[in-house]
Design a protein around this ligand. Structure first.
Ligand code: SF4
Length: 464
């Protein structure tokens, strides 16, 4: 047999035993499999984390976590037990060993960031912004982003059952942190949802709706079902995708009988009308794929959704190697029936520099994973370019690797560019983390940083 750079092997899924953690030593399987129990026992602060892990984590780790929440965090802490249980799943032992395992753990690294994780000189890129994709500027009505010609993103709810440290929608999603307040929708929820439906009824060029948030698992199911049912009555809508990281973070929600019954009803109508109804989730590490996640995915497929797809995020220390990405993709595909679909580069929100990869690193990862997975399940590694949208990382038009500035073009207009004669010729910039640049590039950024309040588009080769 030829030795390969990546050795494929199947791995049997296992639900880590939650009873290994002192706070959950008496939790029954029935409690664990209840979405209500999971939501009620989600961990929201260091004190609750200490209660769950007992003396396992060092005081220094907990202080590191609390300092991050005070000084850097863009998202407040929220982890359902299901997700917390996948951190360092097989480590038991003295506090030092346990704490080291937590520091190194991929899920911990993005769900429970600590202060010492952050990049010390450049915790944020000079051009990082709260709404880094400018989604709110492209709202057709409040919460409905119309960025591409034929598809829209509907943000139904600004909360999730779990908060990821790197969340792109940190401007809108979740609770305020000591350093970051949150934008609040001005309209009442039902009015906003009605306005979205009104816009879609009068805009037949839109055929594809991503029903998102936040996470649709945080909207009462009858409201989700009513919204999707209304979408299914709009003749021009041909694709509907429900976005829920909770399929991994809180699979108990999607296994609840009332939710599955509702999905079955929607899927039947979708099938009868020739509309594709799919679920998109967000898994970044193979260890997050547990038997419960696989069971929830199978249940959704059995209920009639056409596909369950994964949109992960490339994060340093989490999945930034070909082996980690392929392990995750095979685990999703072989053991859970989830189709790997995209890996996004982490967006340029504040505090993200220690997570972000350069375009060059992302291109190398895309190249390295080609050829192992079936074509239909080979994820595309994409950069979500501000004012442009998703671009495959090899589509970069021009790339200054010294300054870490990539330039991208597009073949469509948003409403913001209506009447702009050069929008389709313009190159839109995106930025690599400064700490990855050669010394000359870092020196240039140190010189520029005080003037970094200039608009995003103004940095170009001419500024050098
Ligand atoms: S589940 Fe999605 S929307 Fe919610 S915090 Fe995570 S990345 Fe953000």
């Amino acid at each position: 047999m030829v030795e390969q750079p990546y050795q494929y092997r199947r791995r049997e899924l296992a639900e880590p035993d939650w009873r290994r953690l002192p706070g959950w030593a008496d939790v029954t399987r029935a409690e664990w499999e209840s979405a209500q129990w999971q939501r009620a026992h989600s961990v929201k602060n260091a004190r609750q984390l200490r209660d769950v892990v007992g003396g396992g984590l060092s005081e220094a780790f907990l202080a590191d976590l609390e300092r991050d929440q005070r000084e850097r965090a863009t998202m407040s802490m929220l982890l359902p037990p299901q997700m917390l249980n996948t951190i360092a799943p097989s480590v038991a032992g003295p506090a030092a060993e346990f704490t080291d395992a937590w520091y190194a753990d991929p899920v911990r690294r993005y769900m429970l960031p600590v202060f010492s994780d952050r990049q010390p000189e450049w915790p944020s890129h000079p051009y990082a912004t709260r709404d880094s994709l400018h989604e709110a500027e492209m709202w057709a009505v409040e919460g409905l982003t119309h960025r591409y010609p034929t598809k829209v993103l509907a943000e139904l709810v600004p909360t999730c059952p779990q908060y990821c440290g790197h969340c792109t929608r940190m401007d809108l999603v979740g609770n305020p942190t000591p350093s970051f307040d949150k934008h609040r929708f001005t309209g009442a929820r039902d009015d906003r949802l009605s306005a979205m439906l009104g816009y879609l009824r009068s805009t037949p060029t839109v055929r594809d709706v991503v029903v998102s948030g936040g996470d649709v698992a945080n909207l009462p199911w009858p409201r989700v079902e009513a919204f999707v049912s209304a979408l299914l009555e709009i003749e021009s809508i041909r694709d509907i995708r429900l976005a829920s990281k909770a399929l991994m973070g809180l699979p108990q929600h999607w296994l609840a009988p009332d939710v599955l019954a509702g999905v079955t009803r929607l899927a039947a109508v979708a099938r009868a009308r020739g509309v594709s109804l799919a679920v998109h989730t967000h898994v970044n590490a193979a260890q997050s794929v547990t038997p419960l996640v696989a069971r929830a995915t199978r249940a959704l497929l059995d209920a009639g959704v056409r596909d369950v797809r994964n949109q992960g995020v490339l994060l340093r220390g989490v999945n930034d190697s070909p082996g980690a990405l392929l392990d995750l993709c095979f685990c999703l595909l072989d053991e859970a029936g989830v189709t790997p679909y995209y890996f996004y580069q982490c967006d340029m929100i504040p505090g993200a520099e220690h997570w972000r990869l350069s375009v060059r690193e992302a291109q190398a990862l895309q190249s390295a994973i080609m050829g192992y997975l079936p074509g239909f399940a080979t994820p595309r590694v994409v950069c979500d370019v501000p004012y442009v949208g998703k671009r495959w990382v090899h589509q970069v038009a021009r790339y200054d690797t010294e300054l870490g500035i990539s330039y991208w073009t597009k073949g469509y207009l948003t409403a913001l560019e209506a009447g702009d004669p050069v929008a389709l010729e313009r190159e839109y910039p995106c930025y690599d983390p400064v700490h990855l640049l050669p010394a000359s590039g870092q020196a240039w950024w140190r010189d520029q940083a005080p003037r970094s309040s200039r608009r995003l588009q103004t940095v170009s080769r001419g500024d050098r």
